[in-house]
Design a protein around this ligand. Structure first.
Ligand code: PGA
Length: 256
């Protein structure tokens, strides 16, 4: 994995309609046309993926999806496979976002199946979301929660030399709340993630096959604090990615 290039990922959630997604994608494509730093990804909803993918042809912006199922074909009403995502041009996919863990009761055994299938059947780069609730942080259980989430998500997952996984640390109390993690706490979380990955696999895999990014209330005003955090490979942005100016400013600050 190219560690020189940091990454910024826009998660548009279910905030935009189909036409709005296309319009914003076009706006961003134009805005980023002279941009020479890599690592920009946008994740529209399923309905918009195919057309946004076409719109982004020739752009440095890459396409990502917000979820994927763990089988490739069959009687799975409402689901979408990794091969379909690749067919419409996706290169990334978010899995286990906290909103899906909360509203749809997705758990890490399910996320584990998604991850195993993704790495076996596709070239999609998974963006694996982890993060603790406010109570866990207040009661000093951050390490326990994050290491257990990673253990369950990655159990039995085989990592090839060229496998790439992005771990997105998104504390639940920071998503959409205006609250962000303090740099010193992010350093602590980075250490927990590296240690957990080393325990599950080994130091080499933890270093070479994983990127670590942060998500939760990042905007153009606070992005500079994240640009300085050593060992942080990028950002996953929700609300502030719905505005092309904001998103451009963030990309410009975080990417090197
Ligand atoms: P936010 O969302 O930037 O609006 O807090 C981040 C996310 O949920 O990925």
């Amino acid at each position: 994995m190219d560690k020189k290039n940091k990454i910024i990922i826009a998660n548009w959630k279910m905030e935009l309609g189909f036409k709005e997604s296309l319009a914003l994608a076009l706006e961003m494509k134009n805005m980023f046309s002279g941009f020479s730093k890599g690592g920009v990804v946008i994740c529209p909803d399923f309905i918009s993926l195919s057309e946004v993918g076409k719109e982004l042809t020739g752009s440095i912006i890459k396409l990502g999806a917000q979820d994927v199922f763990w089988e490739e074909k069959g009687a799975y009403t409402g689901e979408v496979s990794s091969s379909e995502l690749e067919e419409v041009g996706c290169e990334y996919v978010i899995i286990g976002h906290s909103e899906r863990r909360g509203y749809l009761k997705e758990d890490y055994s399910l996320i584990n199946k998604e991850l195993k299938n993704l790495l076996k059947e596709s070239k999609l780069i998974p963006i694996l979301c982890i993060g603790e609730k406010k109570e866990s942080r207040e009661s000093g259980k951050v390490e326990e929660v994050l290491s257990e989430q990673l253990r369950q998500a990655l159990e039995g997952v085989s990592i090839k030399d060229d496998s790439q996984i992005i771990v997105a640390y998104e504390p639940l109390w920071a998503i959409g709340s205006g609250l962000v993690i303090k740099p010193e706490d992010m350093n602590e979380v980075n250490k927990i993630i590296v240690q957990s990955l080393s325990n599950i696999f080994n130091n080499k895999i933890a270093e070479n096959n994983f990127l670590r990014i942060y998500g939760g209330s990042v905007n153009s005003g606070n992005v500079k604090d994240f640009a300085q955090i050593e060992g942080l490979d990028g950002l996953l942005v929700g609300g502030a990615s719905l505005n092309s100016d904001e998103f451009y400013k963030m990309a410009d600050k975080i990417l090197i």
